[in-house]
Design a binder for this molecule. Sequence first.
Ligand SMILES: [Zn+2]
Length: 357
Amino acid sequence: MVDNGCRTWMKLVYRYRVKSLTGLLNKQARAVNFVWNYCNDRQKDALRFGRRWHTGFDLIKLTTGCSKELGLHSGTVNDVCQQYARSRSQSHRPYLRYRGRKTLGWVPLKGRELKREGNAFRFAGNTFRVFYSRALPEGKITDGTNFSRDRCGNWFLNIVLEVPAPPARLPVRGVGIDLGLKDLATLSDGSRIAAPQIYRASEAALAVAQRARKKKRVAVLHAKIANRRRHYLHTCTSAIVGAFDYIVVGNINAAALARTSMAKSVYDVGWSSFRAQLAYKAVKHGAWFEEVNESFTTQICSNCGAVPDSRPKGIADLGIREWRCCDCGAVHDRDINAALNILRRGRATLAVGIPDR
Ligand SMILES: [Zn+2]
């Protein structure tokens, strides 16, 4: 969210599949790769000769005047230079990988260069028709907007739009969410969200295609499975943001768990996309979102706040689903208890009091 004086703004990304001029985009993507690799070469030169490393601004100066020859918009060339410098410094590496045939296509553009034209978009003298799957609201198209190609070769236009943020809701209905493996999430109100299905039919077809070495078919099937997963997560997160004003999630870390014996099931569940979707949807709908430290949330009794001896401990006791607090006698479902503790932790940091559930 960007604070702009009296009004709060937020950025939303709208993604449209492009249905025309994809050949042109393929060509431009190759030119973008050329610029990127040129930046990488200049960076390697700087390393070799012990010169000062190039900033985005330096790279823009070095590439001035090449846009016409490459068939790119000058804004695109500038964006590639800036993105190269940004990615390089974020990666903490002296130089980056070259972009080549296997890299997913990418053509960035300056937001102000993209104009609406009915249900199509005009950029650099060309009209790009898209599948106008949802209406683009009024708002300023900003930098970060780009064309990108997925593994199946489809082009998408990703529009970054700046729109006024909705007023924050009163945090009345709160929910704590415990992320897990058996269920994707357990809510403090007792409801559960099942882990996304493994789509057996698709998996079998995938295996057949892989054995036959049909690369294109494999890519299509992978995309299909990913789409179904994404759709499932979107449905769940939308429902949660619709039902609750205040959402607290534990900061459970998939990378850390993946090092344990449960590695295989962890990679699949999609906690990070789940959390990311909740975070941006909360902003979009004026709800509150918070991530809290989830350590010991399974061991503390949510009724009396004690850490009783009868609690489930560590990974060895993961199988225990239900336990009884030996201090106050409350009987807990392991995951709901954790979700309640997470909600309590979130509440403690919220200035406004929320009535108890
Ligand atoms: Zn207790």
